[in-house]
Design a protein around this ligand. Structure first.
Ligand SMILES: C[S@@+](CC[C@H](N)C(=O)[O-])C[C@H]1O[C@@H](n2cnc3c(N)ncnc32)[C@H](O)[C@@H]1O
Length: 243
């Protein structure tokens, strides 16, 4: 189905690296080491990446690396000209640092960088990619406001035909987060961003289409040039509900 070289239920090999799926509710403790990388994704996510057109993903930016499994997977799968990632944590992941230094002509990692640090994101896109991107993968905070800020900043920098992926948009609808006892009970769902996207799609034209899957959204960039995306202008048409 995904064309990957599976060695067991959880492990596949790509480019001489082993990627081990470690998708645990509430966060995984798995660590990467040597040529083995932990990937915090379920199996069904992978087909959304293996189906991407490699030739259209030359400049790739990832938000949120965890143990680096997705970074190595994307790099080996797409063989981009340039790949960078930002990660809020400042704790180095030695296996990933080794990987990045081995592929330093195209790979870069920015620890201690939040996905909503607009100035830093703009600087990274300018310095690492010459100002233009083909693919953004947001698998970072999964918070509505932060996800929106990254999108507002980065989507206009995608070249026409580029793709912006937002993973794990649906957590707030899951049973566990419906309980008032859950710490995230009052945290706004990132799914609210979909209404912003639809509003922007109506008014702006930079979004040519959106693919919605249970695992992620794929938002496609049109040819249309504008100053930016608007998002959340609060136009009539939005249903008033629980954030
Ligand atoms: C779901 S994990 C990423 C998993 C990884 N992409 C993978 O598939 O293996 C989320 C990561 O985002 C990082 N993160 C959380 N908030 C962030 C933020 N505001 N900016 C950047 N990274 C953030 C976390 O530290 C964590 O490493």
């Amino acid at each position: 189905m995904d064309g990957l070289d599976w060695k067991s239920e959880s492990d596949f090999e790509i480019g001489g690296y082993t990627i081990r799926l470690s998708y645990v509710h509430g966060g995984s403790e798995a660590k990467s080491s040597g040529n083995e990388f932990a990937l915090m994704k379920g199996k069904k996510f992978l087909q959304h990446y293996t189906s991407l057109d490699r030739m259209k993903c030359r400049k790739v930016l990832e938000l949120g690396v965890y143990q680096g499994g997705s970074f190595v997977f994307l790099d080996q799968l797409l063989q981009p000209e340039k790949i960078s990632a930002v990660e809020l944590s400042t704790t180095p992941i030695s296996a990933l640092d080794e990987y990045v230094s081995k592929h330093s002509s195209r790979a870069k990692l920015h620890y201690g960088t939040s996905q909503d640090d607009t100035d830093r994101l703009l600087e990274i896109v300018r310095e690492d990619f010459g100002g233009e991107l083909d693919l953004v993968v947001d698998d970072a905070s999964h918070f509505y406001e932060q996800t929106k800020t990254s999108f507002k900043t980065l989507f206009p920098l995608l070249r026409p035909g580029g793709t912006y992926i937002i993973e794990d948009w649906n957590w707030a609808f899951q049973d566990v987060f419906q309980s008032p006892d859950n710490d995230w009970f009052s945290v706004p769902s990132p799914a609210n961003l979909m209404i912003d996207l639809l509003e922007d799609m109506t008014r702006n034209g930079m979004i040519s289409g959106i693919e919605v899957y249970r695992q992620l959204w794929k938002i496609h960039r049109s040819e249309f040039k504008a100053d930016g995306v608007f998002l959340s202008q609060g136009r009539r048409g939005r249903t008033i509900g629980v954030l």
